[in-house]
Design a protein. Structure first.
Length: 345
């Protein structure tokens, strides 16, 4: 597949419809639509791979609306390489981590009589210039990418605006903690060949690789979001991981899956990072976010998979047979009682 087709990816997961209120932050970085757009981000899915001090984040945003001048901001703790990811990655991950379906039979004549299917339950089962250091600029298909360092959030925000990026006033304050910690800022903007042409449809994910002493998933920029944000993070490592740092201490993520993954199921997980742990969480009040996600090695590598139970009636004749069998047993018991009573008399 040509690079120009793969690149469709970073910012515009969408632009699928109108009528949505704009929101500038996404679950891990900052999504910045132009002021005239009605695009909004409502969630993000990411794969975090980690081994021996090297981390890779592959992410895809979920956006609705249209934007002609969008930008996207992602902080990372060290110098990053940026490229496009595999468009099939998250489909494979969803397939691997989806709940296992278990069918349970019922023969009761008044429950789901003669009807296949039933009520499902879910349960867990173990189973530059101006204070800005422009480190790199590149063109990836319809996107312009810049890797930046900076002395302050205000300096980086001013550079972004001067170079055609959409940057709200609140962005400077949200960038400052990252820059204080000497993180790098990866900025991506829509740069179509024809000016004013909006991007629409689904796009492949973006992949960033960098050195890190710990497993981290940046979330602090999401405090600028104005709508609820849902994020699903798949962590691939040599071992199972626990969540050690929470963006909002009051909101706990749900464990979706934990287990070893065969290379043929997901080629992207080949090598030592074969243990996959998946979490999902929704932040209904993004303004309460104060930190990034942090992950550490779990105490054990116990497997976990959700289970979806389906109750299924075994059919009318099976039900009738069970009922008749029950009546026969009751009749035999009654006959024994009568017989003993007669003997006593």
């Amino acid at each position: 597949m040509k690079l120009s087709r793969l690149v469709a990816g970073v910012l515009v997961f969408a632009f699928l419809g109108a009528g949505m209120a704009p929101a500038w932050a996404c679950a891990c970085g900052g999504y910045l639509p132009d002021a005239e757009s009605r695009a909004r981000v409502f969630g993000e899915t990411a794969l975090v791979r980690y081994d021996s001090g090297q981390e890779e984040i592959v992410l895809s945003m979920s956006v609705q609306g249209q934007s002609r001048k969008a930008a996207w901001i992602m902080p990372v703790p060290a110098a990053a390489t940026v490229e496009l990811g595999d468009s099939d990655l998250f489909w494979r991950l969803r397939s691997i981590t989806s709940p296992k379906t278990v069918t349970r039979k019922t023969y009761w004549p008044f429950r789901d009589l003669g009807i296949r299917g039933g009520r499902g339950d879910s349960a867990g089962a173990p189973t530059a210039g101006g204070g800005v250091d422009v480190r790199q600029e590149m063109r990836l298909g319809p996107f312009q990418v810049a890797r930046l360092g900076g002395s302050s959030g205000a300096a980086v925000t001013d550079w972004l605006r001067a170079n055609g990026y959409v940057a709200p006033a609140s962005l400077a304050g949200n960038l400052t903690p990252y820059l204080t910690e000497k993180w790098e800022i990866v900025a991506v903007k829509l740069a179509p060949k024809d000016d004013g042409t909006p991007m629409t449809g689904s796009t492949p994910p973006l992949r960033l690789r960098f050195a890190s002493p710990r497993i981290v998933y940046p979330m602090r920029l999401s405090k600028g979001a104005t709508t609820a944000q849902t994020v699903t993070v798949y962590v691939a490592a040599p071992y199972r991981v626990d969540v050690s740092k929470l963006p909002d201490p009051e909101v706990k993520p749900e464990l979706l899956y934990a287990g070893r993954v065969a290379g043929e199921s997901a080629p992207q997980l080949a090598g030592p990072t074969t243990f996959l742990t998946a979490y999902s969480v929704t932040y209904r009040e993004p303004g309460r976010i104060t930190d990034d996600f942090g992950f550490t090695r779990a105490a054990n590598d116990d497997a976990f998979q959700r289970v979806h139970y389906v109750t299924e009636n075994d059919g009318l004749w099976s039900t009738v047979a069970v009922v008749l069998g029950g009546l026969l047993l009751i009749g035999c018991a009654a006959a024994l009682v009568v017989r003993r009573a007669v003997k006593r008399s």
